[in-house]
Design a protein around this ligand. Structure first.
Ligand SMILES: Nc1ncnc2c1ncn2[C@@H]1O[C@H](COP(=O)(O)OP(=O)(O)OP(=O)(O)O)[C@@H](O)[C@H]1O
Ligand SMILES: [Mg+2]
Length: 148
């Protein structure tokens, strides 16, 4: 399904709707080129989970971890852009970080992709004029709780 995101307020609304539906084990896979809005949407999700401070972009650290009570559920926010090979996702311990947590993944293809997981919500962001469009697809676990 295709969702228009004409401005930052629309990004914030989508992020908060995703946060409200999110469960441990889920992946929100955010794809789209440089500047597509992946980190903007990720920040809206983290805020929607209750986080009250500034959300750093994980583009340098690769992984940022959020734990309750600052957020409603354990969360991993990852930016896999700098991985040179998908195997590196396992080498940095992604599976351990994900235990009991939800994952927001920027550049998911660089980690091998997550769309085969039933808990994966795939969001592809594209430019549309000054704003963006999101193409959203949910795995089987998202049936009946799609955020849009
Ligand atoms: N829906 C939108 N409408 C207008 N501007 C937007 C929208 N979403 C994001 N932006 C703006 O686009 C710019 C890039 O956004 P962002 O940093 O989230 O992209 P990104 O996909 O994470 O890029 P990168 O891969 O380079 O990290 C920011 O200035 C942000 O405010
Ligand atoms: Mg980014």
């Amino acid at each position: 399904m295709s969702i228009p995101l004409p401005d930052l307020a629309a990004m914030d609304r989508l992020g908060r709707a995703i946060a409200a539906a999110l469960r441990p084990g889920d992946v929100v896979a955010l794809s789209g080129g440089l500047g597509a809005g992946k980190t903007t949407l990720a920040r809206a999700i983290v805020a929607g989970l209750g986080y009250r401070s500034e959300v750093p972009s994980p583009s340098f650290a690769i992984i940022e971890v959020y734990d309750p009570p600052a957020v409603r559920l354990p969360l991993v926010h990852a930016d896999f852009y700098r991985l040179k090979h998908p195997d590196e996702a396992q080498e940095i311990g992604l599976d351990d970080y994900r235990e009991g947590a939800a994952l927001i993944a920027e550049w998911p293809d660089h980690a091998g992709g997550f769309a085969h997981e039933p808990g994966c919500l795939s969001i592809a962001l594209e430019s549309a004029g000054e704003g963006r469009i999101a193409i959203v697809e949910g795995g089987a676990d998202w049936l009946g709780r799609m955020p849009v």
